[in-house]
Design a protein around this ligand. Structure first.
Ligand SMILES: Cc1ncc(COP(=O)(O)O)c(C=O)c1O
Length: 371
């Protein structure tokens, strides 16, 4: 046993030995004994820690032609997303979640152990994990608080022009919740227009769709927009996301992605959701936005809560008055099998917790425990 470990340690890339993988909500709270982590779906926990949608749709799938490899980019899926986002098919790459888009972008633009990405913490953890995995450097230019929530530090970004290859912006931000001002996104794209790709991660854009940056694809060569069906479409288990960019960028990423990234059942379910379920999705977003407003107001009225961050997404981030209260609130929810996400280790988010907007019943249960 030991010999094997030593051999693996000897053979593995050295930097992976001590690397901590992304602590996804599922991994953190899995109680199963499988190495890959029990999904916990079968138990009675209230999952408010991964920004998933409550409830699931019903889909039929056919096993016709399941003996064949799927198309590289299935027609039904690309047509459905093209009509949903009003972009040409040549500007769309379907991937295994937006997470695969993040990884592909880093692998396509950053040379390992030479180039760097730029992130603006507090932000989504997978940008740094994917960079680390690939051997790309990570430059941090933290967000700064403003009257419009956490926004970009444009001077900080300017000082990195020429030093990074990919800049990740998250709008609406996870875990902050707020949109970045469109002028800021444009300013960042302008700053890096000759030296870096600016990625606008729009995983949560359906919760404020008018704020999308996809219109900028017509004006700038250096922008990529990331999308997913995991949030407003309630299909996190499907693993389907989209990278939107110029035809040239999509051609480049297509050289790096696996040959059959989207399985036939995934294409079938995703295209059904995109064609027949758009109304259901809008309704889900409306419900979520109204529950979010009520929960934010309720949190604001608690004496253990010192700040509720404005949210344009399907979750609410709030700050507790001190570490003891944060720990108490988190633990009292866990005790009742209600799981939320501790964000207090993120830069600038001391004592902060994040609640995903689940069903009305789940949010009521949470409030009852905390009352
Ligand atoms: C900002 C952001 N981007 C990307 C993702 C990953 O999405 P997907 O499930 O499509 O891989 C998430 C998931 O939580 C996210 O919060």
């Amino acid at each position: 046993m030991n010999t094997t470990l030593t051999l693996i340690e000897k053979l593995a890339r050295e930097e992976l030995i001590d690397m901590v993988p992304y602590q996804s909500a599922r991994r953190l709270f899995s109680h199963g004994n499988s190495a890959s982590g029990d999904t916990g779906q079968a138990n009675n926990k209230v999952w408010l820690n991964a920004n998933e949608a409550p409830g699931n749709g019903e889909y039929q799938i056919s096993s016709k032609d399941i003996n064949r490899y799927p198309d590289f980019q299935p027609d039904n899926l690309l047509n459905a997303y093209s009509s949903y986002c009003s972009l040409e098919r040549s500007q769309i790459l379907a991937t295994r979640g937006a997470d695969e888009g993040i990884e592909l972008i880093i692998r396509s633009f950053c040379r390992a152990y030479q180039d760097s990405i730029l992130i603006c913490p507090p932000t989504y953890g997978m940008y740094a994990i994917s960079a680390e995995n690939h051997g790309a450097g990570i430059v941090k230019v933290p967000l700064q608080s403003s009257s419009q929530g956490m926004q970009l530090n444009l001077d900080g970004l300017q000082s990195q022009v020429g030093k990074v290859k990919v800049v990740f912006l998250c709008s609406p931000g996870n875990p902050t919740g707020n949109l970045l001002a469109k002028e800021q996104i444009i300013a960042a794209i302008e700053l890096f227009k000759d030296s870096a790709i600016v990625v606008v991660d729009e995983a949560y854009i359906e919760f404020s769709p008018e704020q999308t940056s996809t219109d900028l694809l017509a004006q700038y060569d250096n922008i990529i927009v990331l999308r997913t069906l995991s949030k407003a479409f309630a299909l996190a288990g499907l693993r389907c996301g989209f990278t939107l960019a110029s035809k040239d960028i999509i051609t480049l990423l297509s050289k790096v992605i696996a040959p059959y990234p989207i399985s036939a059942p995934v294409a079938e379910i995703a295209s059904a959701a995109l064609s027949t379920d758009l109304e259901k999705m809008s309704l889900r977003v409306q419900n979520c936005n109204s529950l979010k407003a009520t929960l934010s107001k309720w949190l604001n009225e608690r004496d253990w809560c010192s700040e509720v961050f404005a949210s344009d997404a399907n979750f609410v981030l709030f700050r507790c008055i001190n570490p003891q209260e944060k720990a108490r609130i988190f633990a009292s929810l866990v005790e009742k099998d209600i799981l939320i996400r501790d964000q207090s280790k993120q830069m600038q988010l001391e004592n902060c917790l994040r609640i995903s907007i689940g069903s009305e019943q789940e949010i009521t249960q949470l409030k009852e425990v905390l009352s």
